[in-house]
Design a protein around this ligand. Structure first.
Ligand SMILES: [Fe+2]
Length: 294
């Protein structure tokens, strides 16, 4: 479909019923005018994740593109950025498997990365993440995204009401303790972190731009739900995790080198399919500042 915004034409192709769109007809190397930024943001809020194939941005251009939609963060609280651009961090999946294996992180049990929402283990998790596909394996290595608004809306009113009363604890220690110990200190929101402290977020958050209710727990970082016995919390979270990533709430995206992917981190989970064997896969990411979930 073609979306018209003022005199602007963006080619927007939805990728599944619930989530995802490809956007063509815009060159992200150039500064964007206000109408284009608004049009992209509207599609992004509606589709939750948008992809721009055929782009070829360098880290400068990647960072400049991101800064038109929000304030770039330090990149990641634990993983250092690339030398030339601290706000841009890179994951080389081949190298990191070997590197992280020596730290004992649970992430290294997988060739890909299990379902999660980025950096929910801080008080103000990121608003969005902008990924550049730097090295794409010839086969495999897709990223899956789920729409957590649709997942919430797919629950019964009774369970929606109960979940809306709950608070969850999010903790980055299990995933990142090994990396953190190795790196020594992290940086986030201008502060130096000496350790990762657990934080609390509502199980259901209200999206600050759309007003929609969104399920906001993820198996990457949510440790438990407050006020429930541990077996109750474990069982409820296990149900929500399975429910959240049913095919009808998801899209699976195959990258091309240079494609830019931009997701709303307040309303999605994502996972990297670990099906690319020993083939090389490298991404770089810029992460935008978010607010405290309410
Ligand atoms: Fe992620």
């Amino acid at each position: 479909m073609t979306l018209l915004a003022n005199d602007l034409k963006l080619d927007v192709t939805p990728l599944s019923g619930a989530i995802g769109a490809e956007i063509r007809g815009v060159d992200l190397r150039d500064p964007l005018d206000d109408a284009t930024i608004r049009a992209i943001r509207d599609v992004w809020l509606d589709r939750k994740v948008v992809f721009f194939p055929g782009q070829d941005l360098d880290p400068d251009q990647h960072l400049r593109f991101a800064a038109q939609f929000g304030e770039p963060t330090e990149g990641h609280p634990v993983i250092p950025g690339i030398d030339s651009h601290p706000e841009v961090f890179e994951i080389d999946y081949t190298a990191s498997r070997e590197l992280y294996a020596s730290y004992g992180d649970i992430s290294t049990r997988y060739r890909g990365i299990h379902w999660h929402t980025d950096v929910t283990f801080v008080a103000r998790p990121p608003m969005g993440s902008i990924l550049r596909a730097v090295v794409v394996p010839p086969s495999g290595g897709d990223t899956l995204f789920s729409n957590q608004q649709a997942a919430f809306e797919g629950l019964s009113p009774a369970l929606q009401a109960f979940l809306s009363t709950l608070t969850a604890v999010h903790d980055g220690q299990a995933q990142f303790k090994g990396v953190f110990d190795r790196v020594g200190e992290g940086k986030w929101e201008g502060a130096t972190l000496s350790k990762l402290e657990p934080v609390e977020h509502p199980v259901v958050r209200t999206h600050p731009e759309t007003g929609a209710k969104v399920l906001f727990v993820n198996p990457g970082f949510t440790s438990h739900i407050k006020g429930l016995e541990r077996p109750e919390s474990d069982a409820l979270l296990a149900f929500l995790y399975e429910h959240s990533v049913q095919p009808e709430y998801t899209v699976r995206y195959h990258w091309q080198q240079g494609t830019i992917g931009f997701w709303d981190n307040r309303a999605t989970q994502h996972a990297v399919a670990g099906d690319f064997g020993e083939q090389h896969r490298v991404i770089q990411r810029v992460t935008l500042r978010g607010d405290a979930p309410v």
